[in-house]
Design a protein around this ligand. Structure first.
Ligand code: CS2
Length: 490
């Protein structure tokens, strides 16, 4: 099968839509750190729509770790397909907005130089929760993180995203040039302020003048990003070939829904993303809270509990009645009561829409994928909600089941006795604390002492420790499915 590329585009089968502009007119004004499937199916498509309406915002992707994505995209001139899929059918488009890719470890200075060039106006990031080198419970920089420590010692060949940003901003300061905007698109609470704080901590360790210049000149808009984009499967490429007549080595597949809520705080120009449906608001926090707690919170709950019960995907889990009933109760009784709805938004309706999105039969989002890096995700997805419930004196039994599901998952054996391939940067520490004790109460006390995840006060809250020990015991004796089924009868 012919490979997708500039020279094969004339062979494109009728049907799929292709970019309508002259790619050579695009300028690499936006550099994206951490180019994976999510940004290519989200921010890049909003930008694509702007370019189709006359913009010239080329995207230069950067990979901070591996060359795989560049190796797949370079032979196809960075063209790729994005396919929207649902029960109604599939809709594929050829995206032209990606103009190149750098692989940072191959030549770290090349990325610093590119970021330092005045043409780079916005740097967006999707480096996942663990890419920020921070302590998830406090949001402060983790000075002992190996990449952060190396970059603090020398910025000659940065390794971390923070190192690249600070090295490039320093060059801009030295050249008396204008700064770029730093726009994080990761699922972190108050993501703009969080990243700004981390850059400040990092830059301050590097020099007070630089930290001051950044504080005075660089903007870090907050954002809430939403679109369900599962990792690519072997079948995706085959379906794309059938639709386009061309082989794409790096297709993305996504649900129809998309949302991007941003603070309009940029250091310079930006694409007119609002014309593509992005919402610019003065306060992103209520949107981000609702999304992180309602979507990502139940995603993680379904990932752990669903995986334990043998469900491969989110849609498999929500098609199983005890799981659907569980997240509906979780929304109603323990998540929504902690939220202040964004103006004009009905959170109960939002919950119903989320359930319908999870039920999309064409989106095979693996529970294993979502389960990854729980130690970095739980604080903003479930633990903030938990603290709010405890403070208000309300129940936490359901949240406790989700958290206990994570603990059982981390222990590494599912309900059928099969080993789990657990991926988490804190795995050794978590396993060590769980393995040190036999009884559930002691296990719980020991894992709650992992302050990077739980902070320092939760372990002293007896209402919570009791609920967690009970949920953990129920999951261990009944298995996740029966534990949730019996819960819905109470
Ligand atoms: C998911 C998210 O992988 C995960 O942890 O919860 O990627 C989720 O699909 C997106 O945030 C949806 O916007």
């Amino acid at each position: 099968m012919t490979r997708l590329s500039t020279s094969s585009l004339h062979q494109l089968a009728p049907g799929p839509r292709r970019f309508n502009y002259d790619r050579s007119a695009l300028r690499p004004r936006l550099v994206h750190l951490g180019l994976g499937a999510f940004f290519r199916a989200h921010g890049a498509l909003y930008t694509e729509d702007c370019n189709e309406a006359g913009g010239n915002w080329g995207i230069l992707g950067a990979s901070l770790k591996r060359p795989d994505q560049r190796n797949r995209l370079a032979p196809q001139d960075y063209l790729y397909t994005a396919t929207q899929t649902s029960a109604e059918g599939r809709n594929t488009r050829i995206v032209g907005g990606l103009v190149g890719m750098l692989v940072a470890p191959e030549d770290p200075q090349a990325l610093v130089q590119r970021l330092a060039q005045p043409e780079t106006e916005i740097v967006t990031l999707t480096i996942t929760e663990k890419g920020y080198g921070h302590d998830p419970a406090t949001g402060r920089l983790n000075f002992s993180h190996p990449d952060i420590a190396a970059d603090l010692a020398s910025l000659q060949a940065p390794r971390s995203a923070l190192g690249f940003l600070v090295a490039a901003l320093e060059r801009r300061m030295q050249a008396r040039a204008k700064p770029f905007t730093v726009a994080t698109c990761d699922n972190l609470p108050r993501n703009g302020a969080l990243l700004s704080g981390l850059v400040q901590e990092f830059a301050a360790a590097h020099g007070a003048a630089l930290a001051r210049w950044i504080a005075e000149n660089v903007r870090f808009p907050a954002s809430m990003v939403d679109r369900i984009v599962p990792a690519e499967t072997a079948q995706d490429a085959t379906l794309v070939e059938a639709a386009t007549g061309l082989h794409d080595a790096s297709p993305v597949t996504h649900e129809p829904f998309r949302q991007w809520v941003m603070e309009d705080a940029f250091s310079g120009p930006r694409p007119r993303w609002e014309e593509a449906g992005a919402q610019f608001v003065s306060d992103v926090a209520p949107f981000e809270h609702a999304k992180l707690r309602m979507l990502n919170g139940t995603h993680s709950a379904l990932a752990y509990l669903g995986y334990l019960a043998g469900h491969e995907t989110i849609v498999d889990a929500v098609n199983d009645p005890p799981f659907a009933a569980f997240i509906q109760r979780l929304w109603r009784d323990e998540i929504i009561p902690t939220l202040k709805p964004p103006t004009g938004m009905d959170l109960h309706l939002y919950a119903a829409q989320l359930l319908a999105r999870y039920q999309n039969p064409a989106i095979r989002h693996r529970t294993w994928q979502i389960a990854m890096d729980g130690s970095q995700k739980l604080p903003q997805r479930l633990l903030g909600t938990l603290r709010d419930q405890l403070q208000a004196g309300r129940g936490t039994a359901l949240l406790a089941h989700a958290i206990a599901g994570w603990l059982r998952y981390v222990e590494g054996t599912d309900d059928l006795g099969r080993a789990i391939d657990v991926r988490d940067p804190l795995l050794p520490l978590l396993r060590q604390s769980l393995a040190a004790h036999e009884g559930s109460k002691e296990k719980i006390a020991s894992v709650l002492a992992v302050e990077q995840v739980f902070g320092s006060s939760l372990r002293h809250n007896t209402a919570f420790t009791g609920a967690l020990a009970q949920a953990y015991g129920r999951l261990a004796s009944l298995g996740a499915r029966r534990a949730l089924a019996s819960l819905s009868q109470t």
